[in-house]
Ligand binder design. Structure first.
Ligand code: ZN
Ligand code: ZN
Length: 85
């Protein structure tokens, strides 16, 4: 039996859903790269990693942000109403 999760940003502009076959498909990571530190405002950023095909936006379109360490292949995105500089 699959797992369906729903969520969104604080201002509710973005809404998403996530369908997993198992919680084993999801991973959390504490990262200390410059982009994660800046985005979180702390020494580490906490992220959740899921298969891209399991994730979709139900409402709104995310804004993509520039990342210092783009060589790792991560494209950060988030609510266009939230300002990250
Ligand atoms: Zn928002
Ligand atoms: Zn990072």
């Amino acid at each position: 039996m699959g797992i369906r999760l729903r969520g969104g940003c604080v201002c509710r502009h973005l809404r998403y859903s996530l369908d997993l076959t198992s919680t084993d498909e999801a991973r959390t990571t504490l990262c200390h790269c410059g982009s994660c530190r800046r985005a979180s405002g702390t020494n580490f950023g906490l992220t959740a990693k899921v298969p891209i095909e399991s994730f979709k936006y139900e409402c709104g379109s995310p804004k993509r942000y520039r990342q210092e360490n783009s060589f790792v292949g991560i494209e950060p995105s988030g609510c266009p109403r939230y300002k990250v500089n």
